[in-house]
Design a protein around this ligand. Structure first.
Ligand code: NAD
Ligand code: UDP
Length: 323
């Protein structure tokens, strides 16, 4: 008889969101196995969890099958930054498709629930705004983002097929742009780029004219939503949008970061990456109704905490001049 209420597997547990999730689940008293191949995850993210009762680290790649006895699986294994997922696109697609398949088989064998961290990218460059869960999306299946977008779409397909075929208890969350302390300084996504650039006095790199929009959700809000979703009755499968509907233009995010840091760095404009979505905002009516959840942390509060962590982790020397 174990002393822990549940044995929980968090794949991608050494990553940005995964490490926050591991910490919350441990604080709830659960036994947590953090599985990671450390492709984008960091030892530093989980160092504070090492030695805590119930915490186990498992170095493993989800594209390989695994044997484990668990009650719940949160599947976060997958690089999330375009800069990272496009570096090895075949591995990215394999991680979502074969990795999710391996975890579904594991869930079936051990009778576990599986919660998939899917993404707003399943909507692609959306023609419906804000995005509701019944929108099928507008994705380029052969572009440079497809390894991620289509990989996540195929993972959703497998999950709902396992649900229909084997009555497996599954949950699909579609996450919209999450940020917060614990992101890698070299993550490559917009919040970490702007934060590091402002803190080191480098120009802020705005892609395109900066009029494209995103909706940024603070990481503690996201973890709260994921835990609530896992606890819902088996009939609740999702997909369910999780994010902060406060939408903003990328150029306004840059100006906000400059204001909060007091940096006097210029903005520099760079080409918009291929297939970069023009607008993105979650409709979270379903999350409000089903989970009784909505985000609590506003952008400025969240950005301050994020900036403080980057500053505390130590900054590289400021560059001498604009590139
Ligand atoms: P992250 O890159 O920080 O974390 C991903 C983790 O998965 C890393 O620790 C990495 O080492 C690990 N990983 C990657 N491939 C693996 C493999 N084959 N086997 C084992 N481990 C592997 O990214 P994140 O921002 O923490 O995102 C976590 C999850 O949430 C991802 O699945 C991502 O698609 C999803 N998501 C994130 C966001 C966001 O804005 N952060 C938005 C939508 C969806
Ligand atoms: N972006 C930017 N400057 C950067 C990094 C990103 O202007 O240094 C833009 C990017 O083109 C996109 C938005 O910010 O329009 C969000 O990019 P991110 O990579 O964070 O996430 P995603 O595109 O996956 O939503």
């Amino acid at each position: 008889m174990t002393q822990f209420p549940k044995r929980i597997l968090v794949t991608g547990g050494a990553g940005f969101i995964g490490a926050h999730l591991c910490r919350s689940l441990l604080a709830m008293g659960h036994a947590v196995t953090c599985l990671d191949n450390f492709s984008t995850g960091r030892e530093a993210n989980i160092a504070p969890l090492r030695g805590r009762p119930g915490f186990t680290l498992l170095r493993h790649d989800v594209t390989q099958p695994l044997e484990l006895d668990v009650d719940e699986i949160y599947n976060l294994a997958c690089p999330a930054s375009p800069a990272h997922y496009s570096r090895d696109p075949v591995q990215t697609a394999k991680t979502s498709v074969i990795g999710t398949l391996n975890l579904l088989e594991l869930a079936r064998r051990s009778g576990a629930r599986l919660l998939q961290c899917s993404t707003s990218e399943v909507y692609g460059d959306p023609l419906v705004h804000p995005q509701t869960e019944d929108y099928w999306g507008h994705v380029n299946p052969i572009g440079p983002r497809a390894c991620y977008d289509e990989g996540k779409r195929c993972a959703e397909t497998l999950i709902f097929d396992f649900r229909r075929r084997y009555d497996l208890p599954v949950k699909v969350a579609r996450l919209f742009n999450v940020y917060g302390p614990g992101m890698r300084p070299d993550d490559g996504r917009v919040v970490s780029n702007f934060a590091m650039q402002a803190l080191t006095g480098a120009p802020l790199t705005v892609y395109g004219d900066g009029s494209q929009t995103r909706s940024f959700c603070y990481v503690s809000d996201m973890v709260e939503a994921l835990v609530r979703l896992m606890a819902t009755p088996p009939a609740v499968t999702g997909p369910i949008n999780l994010g902060n509907p406060a939408e903003m233009r990328v150029i306004d995010l840059a100006r906000t970061v400059l204001r909060l840091t007091g940096a006097r760095a210029p903005l520099v404009f760079r080409p918009l990456p291929c297939d970069d979505p023009v607008q993105r905002r979650p409709d979270i009516a379903r999350a409000r109704a089903v989970l009784g959840w909505s985000p609590a942390v506003g952008l400025e509060t969240g950005l301050r905490a994020t900036l403080d962590r980057f500053a505390a982790e130590g900054l590289p020397p400021a560059p001498d001049a604009c590139p």
